[in-house]
Design a binder for this molecule. Sequence first.
Ligand code: COA
Length: 321
Amino acid sequence: MIRSVILGTGGYLPDRVVSNDALACLHNLDTTDAWIAERTGIRQRHVAAPEQQASDLGLLAAREALAQAGISADEVDLIIVATATPDSAFPATAVRIQHKLGITQGFAFDVLAACTGFVYALGIADSLLRTGAARCALVIGAEVFTRILDWSDRGTCVLFGDGAGAVVLRAEEGQGTAQDRGVLGTHLHSDGRFGDLLHVDASGAQDVVRMAGREVFRHAVSKLAAAVDEALEVAGLTHADVQWLVPHQANKRIIEAMGRKLGLPAERVVMTVDRHANTSAASVPLALAEATRDGRIKRGDLVLMEAIGGGLTWGAALARF
Ligand code: COA
């Protein structure tokens, strides 16, 4: 049985760091560091330089993932970029990164599932690798989300940041058991009835994110809990088998609720939201990159990922590193 084995991870955050206080000052917002930190856990976010686009951030994350995997660019025959903030409608950001990496073989395309984008892209890549349509994939989440915020909407603009994360996956032979290395399952969902709760409003001069925060919060806790249970059940695993939770980084309170639900101690839940804020499709691979780089996630560890975002879209993925 073919498994999509994660051989490397990478992440990139723009140099510019903006604290909550600096953001409030910069945009003349009626908010405080204490309010933002208490409700969300966010203390700061990274903001891309004006000339940086999603493909620039994604390229740097991809390079680190390739280096960590020990894979050269000419082995890669599939690139999927999850982004809600592409360089342009086309060429796809994935094709731009393919070009910047000097790759001319295989195929590349973007996936749009907002903050769930990386989990969707991982699921699609896993399917393509397991059917033999590709052998080696780069899956990237890359966002310049601060470009689509309404800086007069304090309930939303304080939540997001820019960044990119990436993983390299290669098709390898497994035994077909939950002990195999690789992606053990991805479970994807969407329900457009809730589209208005978190969407991009394109009616004005500039596209901006609109969110009904409290409603999204309510959906997040119940839908993520159902998705992780589904992923574990289908894999024949239980809460006790999970070694690391790498959740979408939207809100500390949602992350902690998921950790409690799984019975995981706080040190087994990877948390970056305090420093990265919500980087949408980049948040899960950025958190993965951080926890593999610093040695927390090791070969053989079972990692549970989950995310929810605009659509609404949501899902969970299980992988053994
Ligand atoms: N600073 C100070 N006050 C703020 C504020 C800010 N940045 N943003 C909102 N408020 C105010 C509101 O105006 C409201 O004031 P009012 O009672 O005078 O009307 C009050 O705080 C409560 O607003 P509410 O939106 O109900 O707050 P909340 O406790 O739900 O927290 C979020 C708001 C956005 C932090 C919270 O709903 C949340 O995190 N939701 C999930 C969002 C998310 O994860 N989205 C991404 C999913 S991918």
